[in-house]
Design a protein around this ligand. Structure first.
Ligand SMILES: [Zn+2]
Length: 296
């Protein structure tokens, strides 16, 4: 056998061995359960009212443990305080304590791929619950699904999973994390934030797609999609302070993914329910994401 052929075979074996995202069946059953539970009435819209945010955080911690994800800090929770009172949803009192939920799956090296999503939402206004299925039970579910897969087959990289609180009040939880990091941010190869992941009939948007650090990654994502047409398009935007990736962009390569097009139930409205959250594109979007992660 020629040396190049041998190297090719060794390379293929290594690729299969090193990526946790290959060869695994994927459907939306797991994601649907997470979205249904997070956007149920028992979570009160995952805000300050009835401590819905903490009920959701407890649920996610249990789920991370079931997925073999280890804690990044004591009991997985990094606590922070809200700096300001807000009188419009998300209604919150200054000094109210919430938490980020933080875990990791160790790899062969300490270079990290980080997945983030905000799990809290607008909470309640009077008796009205903002269920927040699309925003952002859906992105949280996608990150939990990636944790589940990473646990089934360990990989080369260390995978970190950060579920933030306080996003809707001005990216409060992620700001606290970047000021008080539980990981060495200089060792992050790429951070992928997912926020709004129902629907997707028109494709996928990547925010912070055009910086020197991130554009090669987004090029790769587009090339994979050009070959396989997993989604109608992978579109690009410059950076914006519109989700939790924002504070990280000065520290490490960080991109933010959200779906384009429906179906979803609403945006910042009580109609944003689990029943309105279409997952017909979920399998193809996750297949694209996994094909991309395999090549990092
Ligand atoms: Zn959001």
């Amino acid at each position: 056998m020629a040396r190049s052929a041998r190297l090719l075979i060794v390379g293929l074996i290594l690729t299969i061995h090193l990526s946790p995202f290959t060869l695994q069946a994927q459907d939306s059953t797991y994601a649907r359960r997470i979205i249904r539970d997070l956007s149920s009435e028992e979570m009160f819209g995952r805000g300050m009212q009835n401590r819905g945010d903490s009920i959701a955080a407890d649920y996610l911690r249990t789920e991370l443990m079931a997925n073999g994800v280890k804690p990044l800090c004591k009991n997985y929770f990094q606590y922070f305080r809200f700096p300001k009172t807000r009188t419009k949803p998300p209604i919150v009192n200054a000094g109210y304590v919430s938490q980020n939920v933080c875990g990791y799956i160790p790899g062969e090296v300490d270079t990290m791929i980080v997945f983030t999503a905000h799990y809290e939402h607008l909470g309640m206004s009077g008796d009205t619950i903002f269920y927040g299925a699309h925003d952002n039970a859906s992105g949280t579910a996608a990150v939990m699904d990636l944790a589940r897969m990473a646990n089934l087959q360990r990989g080369q990289y260390t995978y970190v999973f950060l579920l933030f609180g306080g996003e809707e009040s001005g990216l409060v939880g992620s700001h606290y994390f970047v000021d008080n990091p539980l990981i060495q941010l200089s060792k992050v190869k790429l951070l992928v934030n997912i926020d709004l992941f129902c629907g997707g009939d028109e494709g996928l948007m990547v925010v912070n797609a055009n910086s020197r650090e991130t554009s090669p990654y987004v090029d790769l994502l587009q090339q994979i999609n050009d070959v396989h047409s997993y989604t109608p398009k992978v579109a690009r935007r410059d950076n914006a302070a519109n989700s939790d990736h924002y504070w990280f962009t000065s520290e490490c390569p960080a991109i933010f993914l959200y779906t384009l097009g429906g179906p979803f139930g609403g945006y910042h409205s009580p109609t944003d329910t689990c029943d309105g959250c279409g997952l017909g594109n979920y399998h193809r979007l996750m297949t694209l994401l996994r094909a991309f992660l395999e090549q990092l």
